[in-house]
Design a protein around this ligand. Structure first.
Ligand code: ZN
Length: 421
């Protein structure tokens, strides 16, 4: 992964010179074959962040912003989006061309376990969770909560004392990772949380108290099809792998929940080609349905959903700038978690409402969990802080420290839920 990050940085830094040869604001002069139109080739372009019409264009075209670095916004675009940018008279520079591999490697299983280094593939997550259940049968129970579009199991672990029993006097807490395929670190943090709770139940009084007094549900890998696609085919894939027809794939699972779904085309897109495509109807996807089913059968007091990147904690609402009735509580809990996280290794996190502080979303998980079930739900955008520090790529050596700084916040939220159920 270090190598990948190194390449990414070299690529990014070298483009300034490579593309200063007068291609600013021009569409590529190559003819565009059909498979490019179908989204198999992407362009990373950068635009001066001071361009006045830019926020409007990004919202109108629902462009995929990969990050902001040294005064430039970096966008991941299909050819048609490059043309739309051109038609909008926005000056831009090409940074790189990113290709999807045309076919899956033959040795798919073997590759899947090697190609992503210490990060977990679908099969590795499955093994890790069943090992946990085997090693700690008294407090860990594995549940298959649904199948993905391509038929992979969506797995949840429940961690609690008397784990096979639903204990109504214990508060339910929910953790989920990998709504978005390319955000690999968002799988590792909840997975390591599950392992930490199981391993330290017998030797750490604080962990024993937490596990004895709550029912903790952890879904580390909500989007297994997307994750496998990023490992085997295209590292920058975000959505699930729904076939939308016309060669277009994927629904943004974090725009598919049935609360304020599709209320505008700013917080999500009706266009199946878009990276924030909300799907044909609310909860159209089996992955979001799996989460919804868990919420209808449990009364979750708190929830954390892990994403990357930005080092930000977001809370509802995402669909509007209006504050929720629980604004003070959300901001108190968010600020407390942010300072707990920042204190561990000095990586700075802060907390804001999604819509007024970050960007608009609709049909998103935390708005849905709070709006529909009253769950105090937070999004954690894990490190790094910007694209040039890796963006969706975290160094292998950072996985453990990112977990370490997220652990106290997760424990704090569970303990708050126990005290305030
Ligand atoms: Zn995300």
């Amino acid at each position: 992964m270090k190598k990948v990050m190194f390449i990414l940085i070299v690529i990014a830094l070298s483009f300034a010179s490579a593309f200063s040869m007068g291609r600013v604001g021009q569409v590529p002069s190559v003819s565009i074959p059909q498979d490019i139109e179908r989204g198999r080739v992407y362009y990373i372009v950068r635009v001066d962040a001071r361009v006045e019409a830019l926020p409007h264009i990004i919202r109108r075209l629902n462009l995929d912003v990969m990050g902001n670095y040294q005064g430039y916004l970096y966008l991941l675009l299909r050819a048609s989006e490059v043309r739309a940018l051109y038609a909008s008279h926005i000056p831009y520079q090409f940074v790189s061309i990113e290709r999807e591999k045309v076919s899956l490697p033959k040795e798919r299983r073997v590759r899947a376990q090697a190609a992503n280094g210490p990060y977990h593939s679908y099969l590795e997550v499955q093994k890790e969770l069943s090992d946990l259940e085997k090693d700690y049968p008294g407090i860990v129970k594995l549940y298959d909560i649904g199948d993905s579009v391509e038929g992979r199991d969506i797995l949840a672990v429940k961690i609690s004392d008397n784990v096979a029993t639903e204990e109504d006097d214990e508060v339910d807490c929910f953790f989920v990772g990998c709504h978005h395929a390319r955000e690999w670190i968002s799988v590792e943090v909840p997975l390591m949380l599950a392992r930490y709770l199981a391993e330290h139940y017998s030797d750490n009084r604080e962990i024993k108290d937490v596990v004895d007094n709550s029912e903790i549900w952890i879904v580390p890998l909500l989007n297994p099809d997307g994750l496998e696609y990023t490992i085997n085919v295209f590292r920058w894939w975000r959505k699930n792998r729904r076939d939308n027809g016309n060669g277009l794939f994927g629904v943004d699972l974090n725009r598919n929940y049935d609360f304020m779904w599709g209320i505008d085309d700013i917080g999500s897109s009706p266009n199946p080609a878009s990276n924030v495509y909300r799907g044909p109807s609310p909860l159209s996807e089996p992955e979001s349905q799996a989460v919804a089913q868990l919420f209808t059968s449990h009364n979750f007091r708190v929830a954390l959903t892990y994403h990357s990147y930005a080092q930000v904690i977001l809370y509802p609402w995402g669909y509007t700038v209006e504050p929720t009735p629980d604004y003070r509580l959300f901001s108190f809990l968010g600020d407390t978690m942010a300072s707990l996280m920042s204190a561990v290794h000095g990586r700075w996190y802060y907390a804001v409402p999604g819509g007024s502080g970050f960007y608009f979303t609709n049909g998103e998980f935390t708005d849905w969990a709070y709006g529909k079930y009253g769950t105090l739900a937070f999004t954690v955008e894990l490190p790094p802080v910007s694209l040039m520090q890796g963006g969706f790529i975290n160094a292998d050596s950072d996985i453990t420290s990112i977990f370490e700084e997220n652990l106290p916040a997760a424990l704090y939220l569970i303990k708050w839920a126990i005290a305030n159920k």
